[in-house]
Design a protein around this ligand. Structure first.
Ligand SMILES: Nc1nc2c(c(=O)[nH]1)N[C@H]1C(S)=C(S)[C@@H](COP(=O)(O)OP(=O)(O)OC[C@H]3O[C@@H](n4cnc5c(=O)[nH]c(N)nc54)[C@H](O)[C@@H]3O)O[C@H]1N2
Ligand SMILES: Nc1nc2c(c(=O)[nH]1)N[C@H]1C(S)=C(S)[C@@H](COP(=O)(O)OP(=O)(O)OC[C@H]3O[C@@H](n4cnc5c(=O)[nH]c(N)nc54)[C@H](O)[C@@H]3O)O[C@H]1N2
Ligand code: SF4
Ligand SMILES: [Mo]
Length: 719
C-alpha cells in the first residue's frame, strides 16, 4: 500500500479561510481535518470542509465540455467548444450589438485564485455594458461606502474581533456563516473571548445561534435598522458622547457637523416602528460608549434591505463619531501581502444606467435585479445571450422564476460551471473547470478582509487531468478567440501570462506587496517561502493605518453627507409621511452551517437529515392562523408563492418569517441528483426584483412583505 500523503491548504468554500489537513492514500482522500498548526485558523473547520472531497469525487460533476443539440447534451473537445462558443458570441454581437451579450459572475469567482487574477481580459473583450454579479445581492453598499469615504471600493475596514471588548452586531450570524467581510476562522471561540473581555450584543429579527451566545439580543423589525441607527446617532449628539479625538485630523468636516441631520430621529419617535424600545436604543449607545474598545459591525442582514446603503453608511459614521475607526479593537484596515487594491479599480458610479429601469452601474456592473427585464424587453441593447460564470442567479436573485423564464427565451447561454444547475440547465454550452482540490490556491480577496494579516499558498492536491481545464485557462482561451492579440508584443505577453498562470502572477504580486523583497527579490515574503511554509505565515494583528490607507488625494475621509443623507427623504416618506398600515408579515432569510448558497446540496452528508428548507414562524403568529409545527403553509408575495413546512419557534420575532435561500432544486433538466432529492423551495420566488435599495440598486432580500396561510388540504398536497 502506498504511503499516506498529508496535504495542507486553505478551504476556499467560505470566507473563513480555514486551514485543512487532507490525507490521501492510493489517490483516495481518506480524511479531511482542521490543520491544528495553521497560522490563521488554529485547527478550526466546519462540516462543509468534507464537501471538498465530495466535490472532487461527485459523479454528477461535469468533466468535459458539452453542447446541447435538440435538447440532448453531447460532448465536445475543448477546441471545438471554444471555437463554437466564440463564434456564437461573435455572431450574436455582430447581429444585435455588443450589449446583446450579458455576463453574470457568481460568488465562487471570489474564492478562485485564477478567476480573480485572470478574468479581466475576457470581461473587457466581451465589450458589453450588461455585466452583473452576486455583488448586487450582497455587499454592494459596503463598496459604495468605502469608495465614497476612503476612495477605494475594496478599502473596507473589518472588526478587530480579537481586541474589542464590546461587539455590537447588526444583521450577521457568524456562527452559521463563519463571518463575512470579516474573515475569521474559529469565530465561536473568538466571540466567547470577547465576552470574557466585555460584551457581545446582537440586533436581529431572529434569535440566531450568534444571538444565543451573546450577552444581549434585541429583536428589530426587518428593514427598520436605518431608524435605529439614526436614533443612535441622535443620542450620540444629544448626550454629548461624540468623540472623534483620534479621527479629527483625517475628517473633511468637524465632529459636530451633521448634528442637525439626526435631530428629528429621537429614539422615542422611531421606537414603535422598529420594535425596539427607546430605552433599549439609548442603552445600546451608552453601553457602547462606556466600553474601552467597542466596535459596531453590520453585515448581510443590513446590506440587503431597502435602506441598505444608508444603514451601512450610518454604521460607519457611528464608528467614526465614536473614534472607533482605525483604533485597536474597533473597525480596522488590513495590510494584506497581495495588495489587490493597487491592481483593481478604485470604483466609479453612475457612468451609465440600465436600459429599461435606469438603475446606476457601480464599477462597471449593473444591479442584477434588472437582469430579467433587460432580457425580456425588446429594443436596442436587449440582452439576447448570457455568459454565466460560477453562478446560479435563478436561485440567488430576486424573482428567480421570472429570470428562469427569461433565460429560456435567450438565443445563447454559455455556462462556465462544473454543475448543470437551475440556471445553466438553459445553457447551449457548458464549459466545466476543475474542482477546488485540482488547483492551486491563495486567497487574494479574503486576506484583504481578514482579522489577522496572513498569507498561505497551496499547490493543487491533484494535478489537473490532461483533458481538464482551469477556470483561468477557459477565460484566456475564450478571450484569445474573441479578441485576438494585436501584434507580436501582445501575443508574447499573452503567451507569457498563460505560461506563468496564477502562481506566476502571485510571485510578482507578493514581491511588489508590503512584505515583499522590493529591490531585493531574494528577501521578504515570496511564493517560494510560502511553498515552504504549508501552515502559512502570520503577519500580525491589524494596526492603525491612517492616513496612509486613504485613497483620496487629500488623504482625508470624505463624509459625503449629501450623497448618503439625501436618502433621508425616502426614509421619511416610507416611515413618517404615509398612513398605510404596516405589513402583517415580513420575510427574512437564514444561513445554515451545512449549506453554502445554492451549490453544496449535492453532497449527501451535507443534506441528510430533516429538511432545513422550512418557514420559521413565531408560535403566536402560527396559532392565530391555526398552523401547527410541520404543517404545510403557503407564503405569497407580489411576485409568487411557495409551499413548504412550517417550523414554529419563539426564536422568531412576531410578524417575521424566515426561509433560507439556495433551495428549489425541483426544476427539470438540472444534473445534481442528490440536490434534486432534497429540493426544497426557492425563497427567491418570493423576493421582488422591483423592491430595491434605491441608492445602490442592491436587491432587497430581507423585509419582503408576504402573506401566510395554512394549506388547507395538507394531506392531499404532501401525499
Ligand atoms: N433570498 C436570498 N437570496 C440570496 C442571499 C440571501 O441571503 N437571501 N444571499 C445572496 C448572496 S450573499 C450571494 S453571494 C448569492 C450567491 O449567488 P450565486 O453566486 O449566483 O450562486 P452560488 O450558489 O454561489 O452558485 C455557485 C455556482 O458556481 C459553481 N461553482 C462553484 N465553484 C466554482 C468554480 O471554482 N468555478 C466555476 N466556474 N464554477 C464554480 C457552482 O457549481 C454553482 O453552480 O446569493 C444571494 N442570494
Ligand atoms: N454556512 C454558510 N456560510 C456562508 C454562506 C452560506 O450560504 N452558508 N454564504 C456565504 C456568503 S456568500 C455570505 S455573503 C455570508 C453572509 O454572512 P452573514 O452576513 O453572517 O449573513 P447571515 O448568516 O445570512 O446573517 C444575516 C442575519 O441578518 C438577519 N437579518 C435579516 N433581516 C434583518 C434586518 O432587517 N435587520 C437586521 N438587523 N438583521 C436582519 C438574519 O436573521 C441573519 O441572522 O455568509 C457566507 N458563509
Ligand atoms: S468555515 Fe467551513 S467552509 Fe468555511 S473555510 Fe472553514 S471549513 Fe471551509
Ligand atoms: Mo454573499
Amino acid at each position: 500500500m502506498a504511503d499516506a500523503i498529508k496535504h495542507f491548504r486553505t478551504c476556499n468554500l467560505c470566507e473563513a479561510m480555514c486551514g485543512v489537513e487532507i490525507t490521501v492514500e492510493n489517490e483516495q482522500i481518506t480524511s479531511i481535518k482542521g490543520d491544528a498548526e495553521d497560522s490563521f485558523s488554529r485547527g478550526h473547520i466546519c462540516p462543509k470542509a468534507l464537501a471538498l472531497k465530495d466535490l472532487y469525487e461527485d459523479p454528477d460533476r461535469i468533466r468535459v465540455p458539452m453542447e446541447k443539440v435538440n435538447g440532448e447534451w453531447r460532448e465536445l473537445s475543448w477546441k471545438e467548444a471554444f471555437d463554437k462558443v466564440a463564434a456564437r458570441i461573435k455572431a450574436l454581437q455582430a447581429e444585435h450589438g455588443n450589449d446583446s451579450l450579458g455576463a453574470y459572475l457568481g460568488n465562487p469567482n471570489v474564492h478562485n485564485t485564477g478567476s480573480l487574477l485572470m478574468s479581466g481580459g475576457l470581461l473587457r473583450a466581451l465589450k458589453t455594458k450588461n455585466k452583473f454579479s452576486a455583488t448586487s445581492v450582497d455587499q454592494l453598499p459596503h463598496h459604495i461606502v468605502s469608495w465614497k469615504l476612503f476612495g477605494h471600493q475594496l478599502k473596507i475596514p473589518v472588526p478587530d474581533i480579537d481586541n474589542t471588548d464590546h461587539f455590537l452586531i447588526f444583521g450577521a450570524n457568524p456562527l452559521a456563516s463563519n463571518g463575512s467581510i470579516m474573515s475569521v476562522a474559529d469565530v465561536k471561540q473568538r466571540l466567547k473571548d470577547v465576552r470574557t473581555r466585555g460584551k457581545v450584543v446582537v440586533v436581529d429579527p431572529r434569535r440566531t445561534a450568534t444571538a444565543e451566545l451573546a450577552d444581549a439580543h434585541h429583536f428589530v423589525r426587518p428593514g427598520t435598522d436605518v431608524l435605529v441607527l439614526l436614533a443612535m446617532l441622535h443620542v450620540l449628539f444629544e448626550e454629548g458622547l461624540v468623540n472623534t479625538a483620534n479621527m479629527a485630523k483625517y475628517l473633511d468636516q468637524g465632529p459636530m457637523s451633521l448634528v442637525d441631520k439626526f435631530s428629528a430621529y429621537s429614539p422615542e419617535k422611531v421606537a414603535p416602528l422598529t420594535g425596539m424600545s427607546a430605552e433599549v436604543i439609548r442603552g445600546l449607545v451608552r453601553d457602547f460608549c462606556a466600553a474601552k474598545a467597542p466596535v459596531m459591525y453590520g453585515r448581510l442582514g443590513v446590506s440587503v434591505q431597502e435602506f441598505g446603503t444608508l444603514s451601512q453608511y450610518l454604521i460607519m459614521l457611528f464608528n467614526i463619531r465614536t473614534g472607533r475607526l482605525d483604533s485597536v479593537g474597533g473597525l480596522m484596515f488590513t495590510k494584506p501581502a497581495v495588495d489587490i487594491l493597487a491592481q483593481s479599480g478604485k470604483g466609479n458610479m453612475c457612468r451609465f444606467h440600465s436600459r429599461v429601469r435606469g438603475l446606476p452601474e457601480f464599477n462597471g456592473e449593473l444591479p442584477v435585479a434588472v437582469l430579467a427585464e433587460e432580457i425580456s424587453t425588446p429594443g436596442d441593447g436587449q440582452i439576447k445571450g448570457m455568459l454565466l460564470m460560477a453562478g446560479n442567479p435563478v436561485l440567488s436573485t430576486p424573482n428567480g422564476e421570472q429570470l428562469d423564464r427569461a433565460f429560456k427565451g435567450l438565443d445563447l447561454l454559455v455556462a462556465i460551471d462544473f454543475y448543470i444547475n437551475e440556471s445553466s440547465r438553459h445553457a447551449d454550452f457548458i464549459l466545466p473547470p476543475v474542482s477546488p482540490l485540482e488547483r492551486e490556491h491563495y486567497d487574494v480577496i479574503f486576506n484583504v478582509l481578514a482579522v489577522r494579516n496572513n498569507a498561505r499558498y497551496a499547490k493543487a492536491l491533484f494535478p489537473r487531468k490532461a483533458n481538464a481545464r482551469h477556470d483561468w485557462e477557459i477565460l484566456l482561451s475564450l478571450r484569445d478567440r474573441l479578441q485576438p492579440a494585436r501584434g507580436l508584443k501582445e501575443k508574447l505577453g499573452r503567451q507569457l501570462m498563460r505560461r506563468a498562470g496564477p502562481s506566476g502572477l502571485l510571485t510578482l504580486l507578493l514581491w511588489q506587496g508590503p512584505y515583499g523583497g522590493g529591490l531585493n527579490p531574494f528577501k521578504g515574503l515570496s511564493l517560494t517561502k510560502l511553498k515552504k511554509t504549508p501552515h502559512g505565515v502570520d503577519l500580525g494583528a491589524l494596526k492603525p493605518a491612517l492616513p496612509k490607507g486613504l485613497y483620496h488625494r487629500d488623504r482625508k475621509i470624505h463624509l459625503e453627507a449629501e450623497f448618503f443623507l439625501s436618502d433621508l427623504a425616502r426614509v421619511d416618506a416610507k416611515f413618517f409621511n404615509q398612513d398605510t398600515a404596516p405589513d402583517k408579515f415580513l420575510l427574512i432569510g437564514r444561513r445554515d452551517l451545512r449549506s453554502n448558497n445554492s451549490w453544496l446540496h449535492n453532497s449527501h452528508r451535507l443534506v441528510k437529515g430533516k429538511s432545513r428548507c422550512t418557514a420559521l414562524i413565531n408560535p403566536l403568529d402560527a396559532q392565530a392562523l391555526a398552523i401547527a409545527d410541520g404543517d404545510l403553509v403557503r407564503v405569497s408575495s407580489r411576485v409568487g408563492s411557495v409551499e413548504l413546512a412550517a417550523q414554529l419557534s419563539d426564536e422568531m420575532m412576531a410578524g417575521v418569517i424566515s426561509i433560507p435561500h439556495g433551495w428549489g432544486h425541483n426544476l427539470s433538466g438540472t444534473q445534481w441528483q442528490t440536490a434534486q432529492d432534497h429540493a426544497g423551495v426557492s425563497v427567491n420566488d418570493l423576493t421582488d426584483e422591483m423592491h430595491i435599495d434605491a441608492l445602490s440598486g442592491n436587491a432587497v432580500l430581507n423585509g419582503v412583505p408576504v402573506t401566510l396561510a395554512a394549506v388547507a388540504d395538507t394531506a392531499a398536497i404532501s401525499a
